[in-house]
Design a protein around this ligand. Structure first.
Ligand code: MLT
Length: 315
């Protein structure tokens, strides 16, 4: 009996496949973070099998709801981002309670965004893009990943700063949106560098600016001015990503997952891949669950007024 009592609870965890729900389509920026991260998370979890479940739609709220409803046994997790903090202001009937229905397992990274257009647009810099947008008012198609997504938030702030309303075309993620931007079916998009860097390097789209306060070090992005220096004073958006589990997941398991997250964030392959795409790995107290939750609480407070000022609601 004594021996049994000595075995810590859930010592064998994980002993089956872990599913990480990604609330956007495969191939997009959130999916890229998730697949890189899952590879780095496997090792500290004893070479666990980790699979990605892309559950896109409604700006990430469908996937988040799916994870909130999952059995809290440590075998379903959620990798999500700033949408967790914007959706409460955008959805009157959010199918989950952001702060109560999840265990917060730690923040992972922060990803800058870039303003892009199809190559068909005759603009060579942000000033010329602004002029084109102003003279094509009412005919502009802006792509995003649904109301509440990071691309939606950035597009909303861009329209507000430019005082130009654009027609929004929503996708299950910015991977399918990027396909339509490259082909010219949509005109402009604001998306994360984990998705746009390779397209900018391949010259399949035009890039005009980054959404962060400081220019980026990534070679393919270093020449891009910030929106702040391009006339949109104070524009400052980057997309944090964090790991979550359904509320009620046992503490012994969430502690194990948090410890594994901290190891994963130092994994050389993970760091190299993410930093090559402009992402910044979190290396402060927000890698701990309580600070991750406190940070999201503050983000909800921060983005609520910005979104209400923009007067946009999903339903
Ligand atoms: C978004 O919020 O725009 C999503 O991150 C896009 C995606 O990951 O596909």
């Amino acid at each position: 009996i004594a021996a049994l009592a000595a075995v810590p609870a859930f010592a064998e965890y994980p002993d089956k496949t872990i599913t990480i729900v990604v609330p956007f389509a495969a191939g997009g920026p959130t999916d890229k973070v998730a697949r890189d991260f899952a590879e780095a998370l496997r090792k500290p979890l004893g070479n666990a099998t980790i699979v990605i479940d892309n559950a896109g739609g409604a700006g990430g709220t469908i996937g988040a709801a799916k994870a909130a409803r999952a059995t809290p046994d440590g075998y379903t997790l959620l990798l999500h981002h700033v949408s967790m903090a914007t959706s409460p202001a955008l959805y009157r009937k959010l199918p989950y309670k952001t702060l109560d229905d999840f265990e917060y397992l730690g923040l992972i990274n922060e990803v800058p965004m870039t303003v892009l257009s199809t190559k068909k647009l005759p603009a060579g810099n942000f000033g010329e893009l602004r002029k084109w947008l102003e003279s094509n008012r009412g005919k502009i198609n802006l792509a995003n990943a649904g109301v509440g997504s990071a691309s939606h938030l950035c597009g909303l702030m861009l329209q507000n700063a430019l005082k130009i309303e654009m027609q929004t075309i929503s996708y299950k993620g910015t991977a399918p949106a990027m396909t339509d931007l490259i082909s010219g079916h949509v005109d402009v998009m604001c998306d994360q560098t984990t998705n746009t860097t390779t397209q900018i390097e391949a010259n399949t789209v035009k890039a005009y600016a980054v959404t962060t306060k400081r220019r980026l070090a990534t070679p393919a992005l270093a020449a891009l001015p910030t929106l702040d220096e391009s006339g949109l004073k104070g524009f400052d958006v980057s997309v944090w990503h964090g790991l979550f589990a359904p509320h009620g997941t046992p503490k012994a398991i969430t502690d194990k997952l948090n410890a594994a997250l901290k190891v994963a964030l130092k994994d050389p392959a993970f760091v190299k891949s993410q930093e090559s795409l402009g992402a910044v790995i979190i290396n402060d107290a927000r890698v701990n669950g309580p600070e991750h939750r406190k940070f999201v609480e503050a983000e909800i407070e921060k983005w609520g007024p910005v979104i209400k000022a923009a007067g946009q609601y999903a339903e």
